[in-house]
Design a protein around this ligand. Sequence first.
Ligand code: FES
Length: 318
Amino acid sequence: MIAVVVKNVVLEAHSVVRIVLGREDNERLPTFEAGAHIEIHLSSGLVRQYSLCRLQADDRYYEIAVLKDPESRGGSRQVHALKIGDRLSISEPRNHFPLVSLKRKSLLIAGGIGVTPLLPMAQTLAQSGADFEFHYCSKSPDHAAFSSALEVGSFADKMHFHYSQVSSSGRMDVRETLSENLVDVELYVCGPANFITAVLEEAKTLGWPEIRLHREFFSAPAQETTATENTEFTVKIFSTGEAFLVGEDQTISQVLDENGVFLPVSCEEGVCGTCMTQVVDGIPDHRDVFLTDKEHQEGKLVMACCSRSKTKTLTLDL
Ligand code: FES
């Protein structure tokens, strides 16, 4: 864990604040690669993950941009209440959403606050002279964090702004953009869950290979599955042989916690990857959006905060 202080708070766009974090003594922070995030431990005990983004590279500071979410379970509201001088603990940067190739063209598609991991990606791609397009969808320039800087920045010629509430701009034609980039392009998409899902579905329909599709969810898409469709099963700990019943209305991570088995969790909705656990035996019933379709099919990993079991027993490598 790293102890940091809030160095600055800037209203970046409508309902979006940019928080600048640094060590009290202004010593350098660990480096990070485009797409990385940090965990922020808020004073209430909540732990939230935010992508690292900054317009100017200064290794003394991390910056995050956070949308005040009306559906917030408290995280974004507490971040919006932070003031200069507040003290926080953060994790070292981790990256589940890296750039996979600088040789192939990259297609970056951001929906609203989904711009945050894609901004450093665009900076990295521009610095290395790689081919890319950056599509930024938002309601209006006032809602689009970093838009004024991106309009005049060093890769302004790569930017495509799609403002749904600006008649001269309008919504992005996702199908057309994906069709034009079908061959040998890496797609990176981030934004609201339904936005990501719609872009990925369109890409799959057009025949984009799964291996070229990269996404980072900030929240889980609305699930059609209801608690009444859950069935109970047993979760077994491989190292000790202990077995616990997971009731219809419980999660694996809750049951493990109640029985003193430590498993780190953060988002608790299958988005962040913190609770990822290896499966030794049994077939998981995946409910997360973190793993890829291929990983879901392989069934070797499970997100214990939300996923369940198709078999009567699920043995985990714990
Ligand atoms: Fe985030 Fe499980 S805690 S995916």
